[in-house]
Design a protein around this ligand. Structure first.
Ligand SMILES: CC(C)(COP(=O)(O)OP(=O)(O)OC[C@H]1O[C@@H](n2cnc3c(N)ncnc32)[C@H](O)[C@@H]1OP(=O)(O)O)[C@@H](O)C(=O)NCCC(=O)NCCS
Length: 171
C-alpha cells in the first residue's frame, strides 16, 4: 500500500547534506550526540547505540503502524569534513489540505554556534512545505535561547499554547 506521507529525500544546502535516516546511521549519530548537555532543555539522556538502532528500525519505515503519522528524519552531514553534525526530524499528521509537521533539531556540541541548526531546519522546512505540509509546529523551552533563535529564523512565531512547559511555535 502506498503511504500518504512523503518519503524523506536527500536535501542539499550550502554546507550540509541532509541524508534520509538509515539504520546504519546509528553509530555515527550515537558518537556525535552522546552528550548530556544536549538534554538540558529537552529532557532525557543520550540514547545508547542499541536504543538508537531500535528507534531507527521503527522510524525508517516512514509512518506509524496505524498510518496516522508520517515520520521524516534526516541526519545532517557537513560537506567539508564528512562528519555527522546533527539531526532534524518531522512528525506529520492531519489530512491533505491541513497537514501539520511537528519539527525538531539537534546539533552536536562541537558544531554548535555556526548556524547549522538554522541551515538544516530551514532546508527541511522548505522541503516539507513543498511536499504537502501546510503548518509547521515546534515545541521550545521558553529559556532555550538558541532554539528560539532557530524557530524565529524559520519564520515561526510563539503561540499562547504551553505543552509540558514548552511553548508551541507555529508558522
Ligand atoms: C538548539 C540547537 C540545535 C542550536 O544549534 P546551533 O547550530 O548552535 O544553532 P544556530 O547556530 O543555527 O543558531 C541559532 C540561533 O540561536 C542563536 N544562538 C546559538 N547559540 C546560542 C546561545 N548559546 N545563546 C543564545 N543564542 C544562541 C544564534 O545566534 C542564532 O540566532 P541568530 O540567527 O539570530 O543569530 C542546539 O543548541 C542543540 O542541539 N541543543 C540541544 C537539542 C535541543 O534542545 N534541540 C531543540 C529541540 S526543538
Amino acid at each position: 500500500m502506498l503511504s500518504r506521507w512523503p518519503a524523506a529525500a536527500i536535501i542539499q544546502t550550502d554546507r550540509l547534506v541532509l541524508e534520509p535516516l538509515r539504520l546504519d546511521h546509528a553509530e555515527e549519530v550515537e558518537a556525535a550526540l552522546d552528550d548530556e548537555r544536549l538534554h538540558e532543555y529537552i529532557g532525557g539522556h543520550p540514547a545508547t547505540l542499541d536504543q538508537l538502532r531500535e528507534r531507527y528500525g521503527r522510524l525508517v519505515i516512514g509512518s506509524s503502524p496505524d498510518g496516522m503519522h508520517g515520520w521524516c528524519n534526516w541526519i545532517a552531514r557537513e560537506r567539508a569534513s564528512g562528519l555527522v553534525v546533527g539531526t532534524v526530524q518531522a512528525t506529520l499528521h492531519g489530512e491533505p489540505g491541513c497537514t501539520t509537521a511537528e519539527i525538531a533539531w539537534v546539533v552536536a556540541m562541537p558544531h554548535q554556534g555556526q548556524g547549522y541548526a538554522t541551515e538544516s531546519a530551514a532546508a527541511m522546512s522548505d522541503w516539507l512545505l513543498r511536499h504537502g505540509v501546510d503548518v509547521l509546529v515546534a515545541h521550545v523551552h521558553p529559556e532555550h535561547r538558541a532554539s528560539i533563535g532557530v524557530a524565529r529564523r524559520l519564520g515561526m512565531a510563539p503561540t499562547g499554547v504551553i505543552v509540558d512547559g514548552e511553548t508551541r511555535w507555529a508558522r
